[in-house]
Design a protein around this ligand. Sequence first.
Ligand code: ARG
Length: 587
Amino acid sequence: MASVPSLASTLHQRIADALSAALPEAGAADPLLRRSDRADFQANGMLALAKKLKGNPRELAAKVVEGLPVGEGELMREIEVSGPGFLNISVSDRAITETLAARAADERLGVPFKEHPGATVIDWAQPNVAKEMHVGHLRNTVIGNSVVRLLEFTGEKVISRHHIGDWGTQFGMLIQYLIEHPHELDHKGGVSGEEAMSSLNRLYKASRALFDSDEEFKTRARRRVVDLQAGDAETIALWQKFVDESKIYFYSVFDKLDVEIRDEDIVGESGYNDMLAETCRMLEESGVAVRSEGALCVFFDDVKGPEGNPVPLIVQKSDGGFGYAATDLSAIRDRVFNLKADTLLYVVDTRQSLHFKMVFETARRAGWLTDDVKAVQLGFGTVLGKDGKPFKTREGETVRLVDLLDEAIERAAAVVREKARDLTEEEIADRAAQVGIGAVKYADLSTSAARDYKFDLDQMVSLNGDTSVYLQYAFARIQSILRKAGTAGPVAHPELALAPAERALGLHLDQFAATVAEAAGEYAPHKLAGYLYQLASLYTSFYDQCQVLSEENPAEVVENRLFLCDLTARTLHRGMALLGIRTPERL
Ligand code: ARG
């Protein structure tokens, strides 16, 4: 559905337009309008403008004030010059309600489409075959999913690529073991994700033990790597078994995380095999890469080891093998030239930043990345335990993602059960999943991605504070009020004066479109999370200070307050959906 631009006009936009109209000499100068504590908005643009026009900022500001109609029936109810030439602006109650009513009429809540949408290929949710998923994969899945939703909502064409680790020398060992123990991956009937992973784990451990203890097996395993790379049919068929078994497991985790992944978007490292030799040839022929001790390398002036010796990006090893870099460079060629992306986005751990810096720079030198194609790593920080150290089990092993998710759901069930009055066990389980998974996602999304954060389930499922449960409760509470009111549809009454808590809520609701645009433009879901938390807090104050369904209220006041409730609920619902978090109707 197309969003109507006039509906999308925010108070902010309407004031900016009015200021420009009152001062034609300003041209396209930015009025530098901000929300402010002193009034509703403050415009600081007169200072720069006066400098440009060689005038006096206070005089310019006074001229603007003179030219603008002010009053309860107008857009602004008050405007005054302060300090060196700032404008303090209060909007009228009427304008607030009118503007909100316009966005309430729009299914997109007034969020406009981007004027020039592009095509983004986003690399996210990339676990590794035959390996357990850990908290790092939680981050690249949860952040990636939210960024996809945000970008799509702004009208961007988004193509997902799940660059799973499905290639490498470890498969020689695994496949050789399977050849020598043929029935290890056979199942009668379907298997669960857990079962799939546990058989992969068992195989991995057994083959590793053999590899480390039996020299002859080691030799056979190494030979098997060569067969795999040569595309030997039997070897590839067995490799495919590992990939398929792993996918059963991945999908079970994605499912638990309530994240939808499409099979055709899973293009792992192996998907670029056919391009690797050519990628290397192109880099060598253009002189971007050079042979050094037999390996094909790219050097950088600013990448040096501890002794000042250059650290190259190795595109092809001296034994002829291709590594992670060759694959990523080939993927860039595919994404730019075949998928026609103008933005390449990588949701990957910041610990891989040097790799991407070198890969992007190499692709630029090769001419694959140009000024028209932007490559960005949306790097994320490390998940820490309560002790502030990278998250590990007591035995020092990496924590299994599934265990964490199960524990979150269990804790959420306790929270839901405590509040539940007439819920069946099934309903409790349903809600516990939505609350528990929401809690984990929200904790991940509510701090800026680049930062490390502590994984603290007690805090995550708390009803108070900056948690998804708090937001979900605010939503469910509004739904219950709306159910009780039982009205056909929300009715706004712009002629009514607003209480301070209504104004504060209304002004914040007005900022939804700008917040979504900012969060999408900067790949920053945490900005949306922060906005939603504030929205729920303002709603709580409104609810405490303004009776909604009180007998003493005139009918219009009830209607107008229900209108605010409804718009708040829809904004929470939409915003949470952009984060990939459910908002149950009842809690
Ligand atoms: N599989 C990698 C990991 O688990 C992430 C892959 C990131 N994407 C890429 N194009 N290199 O860390």
